[in-house]
Design a protein around this ligand. Structure first.
Ligand code: FES
Length: 384
């Protein structure tokens, strides 16, 4: 079993110190990169190390390590060659590049050459569709590759060379890259790439300029306000709008009489956004939506609801307006529940403490882990 070096342990302490004391488990992702930097993959010893320094159990660490593809569960080569075979790259020849490399190297997906130099994998979209087909070596890009150039890159790597990526930093080994992903700078000269975006990434902007397309009323020099500033400005604008509305209200009946249909005519203040009411010159710019995500979700799901506000925890829900189902339908539903006990433990997700307490109680009562299913059946049967 690997004993991690003092340097790794010191770096682990440094990573953990970056997080609030009661949030140290958030350091797990960089710590997994750190152990990968020492061993080339996340070994059982690496999982145990992370669990130990973060006070987690190995199952919790393993659940994270097996979720993300950047954490390797088997020893890798010095260079991880990832070929994008997703939609855009695929139609441009990405699969052909992958197949050629696979045949040339004699390895398949997630396999390493016998000399320990190259691990090959096919990858989902690498977020560089404008340069497809693309492949990366230790996450540095080689753009617009074809089978021949891809073979040239891996041959050079196996011969001890370090070809320059199309853009980005100089190549390093996968272990060196893992150190950077753990949050430590690459100190090599020229290791940090610079330069602006390439022409393919700017193509949309160029076309928009060429055709005079722009967002109406958008001022690129508009300062970005902090949330607190935005909330304060919105509250002030709302107060001003309400004051204006209160002043204008006595005139409303006359407007209604003129309209003749009983509907309130717009006063000009009611329909203005807070920014317009505040005299903003950028009238075409939509006001920021400060509605909470929960309220927005509720409004989307029930656009016709009078008040589409989600229930706060502990809120008493008014009685269900839907009339109760006929008795025979209730009986049919109860029979269905009895015949189909819920999968798993049927307990709500994310309630670890509650689940543990319930498991304890069930164990004390002599029930098994699947006690919920039969209990539902027997309860349902009792109702019948
Ligand atoms: S599909 Fe290959 S980078 Fe997006």
């Amino acid at each position: 079993m690997t004993v991690f070096t003092e340097e790794t342990r010191a770096r682990a302490r440094e990573i953990i110190a970056r997080y609030p004391a009661d949030r140290s488990r958030s350091a797990l992702l960089p710590l997994l990169h750190l152990v990968q930097a020492e061993e080339g993959y996340v070994s059982p010893a690496g999982v145990e190390f992370c669990a130990e320094v973060l006070g987690l159990n190995k199952a919790q660490v393993g659940a994270v390590a097996t979720f993300y593809t950047m954490y390797k569960r088997r020893p890798t080569g010095d260079y991880l060659v990832s070929v994008c075979t997703n939609t855009m790259c695929n139609v441009l020849g990405g699969q052909e590049v992958y197949d050629t490399l696979s045949e040339h190297l004699g390895v398949g997906h997630d396999e390493t050459t016998a000399d320990g130099k190259i691990t090959l994998e096919h990858a989902e979209c690498l977020a560089a569709c404008d340069y497809g087909p693309v492949m990366t070596v230790n996450y540095d890009f080689f753009d617009n590759v074809d089978p021949q150039t891809a073979v040239g890159v891996v041959d050079e790597l196996r011969a001890g060379g370090r070809p320059m990526p199309t853009r980005g930093a100089r190549l390093c080994t996968l272990k060196e890259m893992a150190v950077q992903l753990a949050g430590f700078a690459d100190e090599r000269e020229g290791a940090v790439a610079d330069g602006g975006p390439g022409e393919p990434s700017l193509r949309g902007l160029r076309l928009a300029q060429q055709h005079g397309i722009s967002v109406p009323g958008f001022d690129p020099n508009t300062p970005i306000r902090s949330k607190a500033e935005a909330e304060k400005a919105a509250a002030e604008a709302k107060a001003r709008a309400e004051a204006e509305k209160a002043k204008a209200e006595p005139a409303a009946p006359a407007v209604q009489a003129k309209g003749g249909d009983g509907a309130s005519a717009p006063t000009g203040v009611e329909t203005a956004t807070p920014e317009q009411a505040a005299g903003s010159t950028t009238r075409d710019v939509k006001a920021p939506d400060d509605t909470s995500p929960q309220v927005r979700t509720a409004q989307t799901r029930q656009p016709d609801a009078a008040t589409a506000v989600p229930d706060a925890p502990g809120t008493k829900v008014p009685s269900d307006p839907v009339p109760p189902a006929p008795r025979d339908a209730q009986e049919a539903e109860a029979a269905g529940v009895a015949a189909n006990p819920p999968a798993g433990d049927a307990k709500p997700a994310g309630d670890e403490a509650g689940a543990q307490e319930r498991n304890l109680k069930e164990a004390e009562a002599g029930k098994g882990a699947t006690g919920t299913g039969p209990a539902v059946a027997s309860e349902t049967g009792g109702q019948k």
